[in-house]
Write a protein that binds this ligand. Sequence first.
Ligand code: DGP
Length: 116
Amino acid sequence: MSPEECIFCQIVAGTSQAKIIYQDEEITAFWDQYPAAPVHILIVPNKHIPSINEVAEEDAYLLTKLIFKAREIAEDQGVREKGYRLLFNIGKEGGQSVYHLHLHLFAGKHILVVKD
Ligand code: DGP
């Protein structure tokens, strides 16, 4: 899939709508359209990287940045101390449906229930 066809690239570029809660020159965070928990936010690199499998060594700092931003958002959402889950789905059998790297932040009730 080319970046032009990628829904998360379109959200990053502002050509598709999403509830964006944070954006800078490198990463964007927005609410998941199909929330699986009371708090369900996706944090993505602005650059099109399909999945963890394609992360290059020079992009490693981006992964750290996604995690630090997720922690900050958890704080803003009031769940940092209560607890939350961070998740990367990778590939078909890993449950990935959108091939633009994204870190899920789940919090609230039911996050221990793993669904298909
Ligand atoms: P994954 O299954 O890990 O690839 O997660 C993809 C997530 O992206 C899934 O929880 C639903 C969400 N999603 C898919 N399309 C859109 C969209 O157009 N907008 C938003 N905000 N979320 C989307």
